[in-house]
Design a protein around this ligand. Structure first.
Ligand code: ZN
Ligand code: ZN
Length: 421
């Protein structure tokens, strides 16, 4: 048995199949044989690697707050902003909610997550209670770190501004790019299963386990926080104290409620202006679609496509996909579960990228402040749009993917091993 695993059983968090993890070599990961979700991976230096990535990431984040981030020159007038000035300028425009969102998902949450990784792996003499709380927080906040999306937003704003003047990167830009890469690596090396094993041993089970069958069919459930296997009737996990049920309670009702709200917000988010451009006395308001059309007519076809896909296609498809998943989980028809599962995974992965247009406007309105010559301000539509993205992310998070698999027959399946990083 491989050394990092004390208890080799996992209930797949996505499809509820009980699998036995075989001995896996360094650099390999074990995947669920039914839905192909990665269950656990084994890294060389399982402690040192995440710690060193997280420490370097925090150092880079500090550097990127010290110097100017991006600059712009129009007709001899220059403007320069640091990373921290972007939310400050938004606050001065009475967009405090947007400024806080920006600070939280681009700096605060990633920094908290990096600190948590360091503390958890350092093996400090922390009480078990603290370790559990920190690990719980880490896995909850992880999905809301949007550093790479913000960087993509900065690049898009560069393309938008190139038509008006010279844009350039400041000293802080490279450290921030490095911060982005390092925090992604730190998350990648943090194996949820392995980390919880370190925090505390999984609770012992009295009953024999039937490998290759669903947890529900043998009266077991997986703790959605620490992956421990628990009896269905035990509502609180004995390792991480998270409350849970065999299937998320009222999962479909919550998902549908969030979905309907996001559709209602999506209509005004597309009709109302997201941005105001003031140039030489004229005031132009633009909606999401108008921004895409403008980029297209300027000849920036790839960027126009990126914004169109991220802001219009993805949210629409995402709403349709979530609606379809809910409708299907209610029906008795035989369907292609693998394909439905792929749709679910795509919805989970792609959803956050819709935030890109919100970041573009944050950067534009902070950087383009040259008085009468040219100034850009955010408008109400961008807040509504950020709301839509957050609501659809919550809708996808409340959907219980195990509902897709509950009516599937279970064949005997072997765990797949996958090489590579
Ligand atoms: Zn699975
Ligand atoms: Zn737990």
């Amino acid at each position: 048995m491989c050394s990092h695993i004390h208890d080799p059983h996992i209930l797949c968090p996505q499809c509820d199949l009980l699998v036995e993890i075989p001995a896996i070599a360094i650099g390999q990961k074990a995947k669920c044989p039914r839905c192909h979700t990665t269950l656990t991976s084994r890294w060389k230096d399982p402690r040192r690697r995440p710690i060193s990535f997280a420490i370097s990431a925090l150092f880079m984040l500090l550097l990127s707050n010290l110097f100017p981030f991006v600059n712009m020159k129009v007709a001899g007038l220059g403007s320069e902003v640091t990373l921290i000035q972007i939310p400050q300028l938004l606050v001065s425009e009475n967009y405090t909610s947007m400024a806080s969102l920006f600070m939280i998902v681009v700096q605060l949450l990633p920094a908290i997550c990096m600190l948590s990784i360091i503390v958890l792996y350092m093996n400090t003499r922390l009480s078990a209670h603290w370790k559990v709380s920190i690990a719980r927080m880490l896995f909850r906040l992880k999905a809301w770190c949007m550093v790479e999306i913000f960087l993509a937003g900065v690049l898009v704003s560069f393309v938008k501004l190139m038509a008006y003047g010279d844009v350039g990167i400041g000293t802080s830009f490279i450290p921030y790019v490095l911060f982005c890469l390092l925090q992604l690596r730190a998350f990648q090396c943090t194996d949820r299963y392995g980390l919880w094993q370190q925090v505390g041993p999984a609770p012992r089970l009295a009953q024999p386990l039937r490998i290759g069958e669903s947890g529900l069919s043998q009266g077991l459930r997986s703790c959605h926080c620490c992956m421990a296997i628990l009896p269905v009737n035990q509502s609180e996990c004995s390792r991480c104290e998270t409350k849970g049920y065999a299937r998320r309670k009222n999962s479909l009702q919550w998902t549908m409620a969030l979905l309907v709200t996001s559709i209602l917000l999506y209509i005004p988010a597309n009709l109302l202006p997201i941005m105001i451009t003031q140039a030489l006395g004229t005031k132009i308001t633009s909606t999401i679609m108008a921004g895409v059309v403008l980029l297209w007519s300027d000849g920036s076809y790839p960027v126009a496509m990126v914004i169109f896909i991220a802001s219009i296609m993805v949210p629409t498809l995402k709403m349709l996909a979530i609606g379809w998943l809910c409708w299907d989980a209610n029906s008795d028809k035989q369907i292609d579960r693998e394909r439905l599962h792929v749709i679910y995974e795509m919805v989970e992965f792609v959803g956050r990228w819709s935030m890109i247009d919100v970041f573009v406007i944050a950067v534009l309105s902070a950087l383009v402040r040259m008085g009468k010559l040219m100034s850009i301000y955010p408008d109400i539509g961008v807040l509504l749009f950020a709301g839509v993205v957050i609501l659809t992310m919550l809708a996808a998070a409340t959907f219980d993917p195990r509902l897709i698999w509950d009516r599937a027959g279970v064949q005997s399946l072997k765990v797949q091993q996958d090489g590579g990083k």
